[in-house]
Ligand binder design. Structure first.
Ligand SMILES: [Zn+2]
Length: 634
């Protein structure tokens, strides 16, 4: 689904990043900005700043920054679309959905309403389960027996579903409510000719609420107390719960993932909770299914490093193989995927209890890299001493290798597989990638550039020519930074200033042309909204680079952050003076260049001398010409 750019900018103009961030982070006003403890890295004194004027957040500790959409993506793990929808919903804007008929839209609205209702129902059940836990000595005994503290039980919202067929009837007065069945809490059974039976799905089980990345309860896992079957029981698939996409513990782990630098993917919810208790709060688990590409993609939104932990038995091995398939398409060169196999008799919980936290951490460091596991899987059952065995190994490796994204890892693996297959690199490549595809495997950087750079006809109310004017980069950067921070200053500039900036050589000139267009189309916008509009623009990288230094943190004598002392009005005034200063310098330099050109042309072109004089006058007006030089020309 494509959301029109203009809608996104409109949305960002209406939401307040301070309010959005404030939902998750406690912020304190200090001068023009708000400060708080950074949610992306651990810290004791605040270096996380949110600017209402720029509609942007910036951490001076870890460098994370972005607008309201970026914050929800980074912190709450939403996709771009999810973040846009979340913001729009909060301020009552309707996200335009392309090609959606009114019926489709009504259905989508109904669907959203239903989802909200279902999570409410599940949340209410979760509360009841928590209450029951307090009154159930045997459930408490079970958790205590697994070494869990009250705090961890609380963090994960653990509970207990009591015995009895209709315990939930005391929580939901209308036990016939279809929502109870739709949320998976109640089972409706009707056999031919018999009366319909309704009863609680979870009975006499310790309960693990499953939360989505927003922290909403979307389902439950229940473990039987004692010997009943099945041992583990999950909520069924519902409009809010999809096993192939959700990961248990991700909401609870999301901050730890940043602190620890990696995520540990385990086999079950008890592993996750036990690991949190033992000092590894960065664990998650799939919910009774193999790890899918959706799971992996979700994890890579929170961290660049994934460690899959499996029991060393056959089942663990098969699960690892599936996880490998899920991870291959995302194994880019900047990410790390590893596979940790514990001894067959251990799970992470028992391993740490027997050998200690350090030993387990060591296992994680030493875990098998994806490349090695891929080779192991490929050569399994192949006798590499025979040509047949080597060919078989290569054919096993091919689909896995093909699934990898382009990059250095993929190329190295090709060499490795070729060597094992006793083939030359090129032979194997020819075999796997017939000529055209293999002809020019672009380096990732090159590839990205060419696919991203789409020269488009700029909207040009004043018909700017594509600029060639070069000026010192630092100066052009400076002007860009001031104008992207205070777009309203654009109105104060003269046409001469506008032309000067818009006709600078790329990437600066096109950035100012774009800003001029934005000004016509949307009026003044904060940097947070401009940033969104710049996506895929040829000057996007430039804008991000100059804006990275637009945030400053004042420190007092003890190195503690000091509140910004200028009011927004004062800041704007300062910025205006700053911009004038830069523009005068740029003008001056540009006049200088033009004057030199005019002199050079004067011999052949009689009008060149006149042009020179006009330029000289203009330069004098600017008052920037050293007095002596001016006199000598008079
Ligand atoms: Zn930070």
């Amino acid at each position: 689904m494509a959301i029109p750019q203009s809608f996104i900018q409109e949305l960002l103009a209406r939401v307040d990043v301070v309010e959005v961030v404030g939902r998750y982070v406690q912020l304190k006003k200090g001068g023009a900005n708000f400060m708080g403890l950074c949610p992306f890295h651990g810290e004791k004194s605040p270096s996380f700043s949110v600017s209402p004027a720029k509609q942007f957040f910036h951490c001076f500790g870890c460098g994370k920054n972005g607008n309201a959409i970026g914050f929800l993506m980074e912190h709450a793990g939403m996709t771009f679309i999810e973040a846009v929808k979340d913001l729009a919903q909060n301020i009552g804007m309707q996200v335009p959905e392309d090609d959606a008929s009114p019926q489709d839209r009504a259905r989508a609205a109904e669907q959203r309403q239903k989802q909200a209702t279902l999570t409410d129902v599940l949340e209410k059940a979760g509360e009841a389960y928590r209450k029951h836990l307090r009154n159930s000595p045997k459930a408490i005994e079970y958790f205590k027996g697994r070494g869990l503290s009250g705090q961890v039980a609380k963090d994960f919202g653990l509970g207990y579903a009591p015995e009895g067929w209709r315990s939930l009837a005391s929580v939901f007065p209308d036990y016939q409510d279809p929502l109870l069945a739709e949320s998976g809490l109640v089972i409706v059974n009707q056999e031919d000719g018999e009366e319909e039976k309704r009863y609680d799905r979870f009975r006499d089980r310790v309960m693990f609420p499953i939360r989505n990345v927003k922290g909403e309860c979307i389902g439950f896992g229940g473990r039987v107390l004692g010997e009943g079957t099945p041992k583990y029981l999950n909520s069924p698939e519902t409009p809010v719960f999809s096993k192939g996409r959700e990961l248990y513990g991700l909401f609870e782990a999301r901050n730890a993932l940043r602190d620890m630098g990696y995520v540990l993917v385990t086999e079950g919810y008890m592993d996750v909770v036990a690991l949190a208790q033992l000092g590894f709060p960065n664990a998650v688990a799939t919910l009774g299914t193999a790890c899918t590409t959706d799971h992996v993609q979700k994890l890579f939104r929170f961290t660049d490093s994934v460690v899959f932990s499996f029991d060393g038995d056959g089942a663990g091995r098969r699960a690892a193989r599936k996880a490998l398939d899920g991870a291959l398409p995302y194994a880019t060169d900047v990410r790390s995927v590893k596979f940790l196999f514990l001894p067959p008799e251990h799970d992470p919980d028992s391993y740490i209890r027997e050998f200690g936290k350090e030993a387990f951490a060591h296992c994680v460091t030493e875990a098998m890299p994806l490349s090695r596991f891929l080779i192991e899987v490929a050569r399994e059952g192949c006798d590499l001493h025979t040509a047949e065995g080597r060919a078989h190994m290569a054919s096993n490796a091919k689909p896995m290798w093909m699934a990898l994204p382009d990059g250095a890892l993929k190329r190295q693996l090709l060499s490795e597989i070729a060597e094992l297959a006793d083939l030359g690199n090129h032979e194997l490549q020819d075999l796997w990638m017939p000529a055209p595809a293999a002809a020019a495997p672009a380096r990732p950087g090159e590839f990205k550039k060419s696919s991203k750079f789409k020269p488009r006809e700029p909207y040009a109310p004043k018909a700017y020519k594509r600029g060639t004017r070069l000026i010192p980069q630092g100066r052009a950067d400076h002007a860009a930074r001031v104008l992207l921070s205070h777009m309203d200053l654009w109105e104060d500039l003269s046409t001469e200033d506008h032309n000067l900036l818009c006709e600078l050589a790329p990437p600066h000139g096109p950035l100012f042309v774009w800003l001029d267009q934005q000004h016509h189309e949307h009026g003044n916008q904060a940097w947070g909204a401009l940033r969104e509009g710049l996506r895929e623009h040829e000057s996007e990288d430039l804008a991000l680079r100059v804006m990275a230094s637009a945030f400053t943190l004042l420190l007092d004598d003890e190195g503690n952050p000091m509140p910004e002392s200028l009011t927004p009005e004062q800041q704007r005034k300062e910025a205006g003076l700053e911009l004038r200063g830069i523009l005068n310098k740029i003008l001056f330099e540009s006049l200088d260049v033009q004057m030199k050109e005019a002199i050079a042309e004067a011999a052949a072109d009689p009008t060149a001398m006149q042009r020179y004089k006009a330029l000289f006058e203009r330069r004098k007006q600017l008052g920037l010409i050293p007095q002596k030089l001016a006199e000598s020309h008079d």
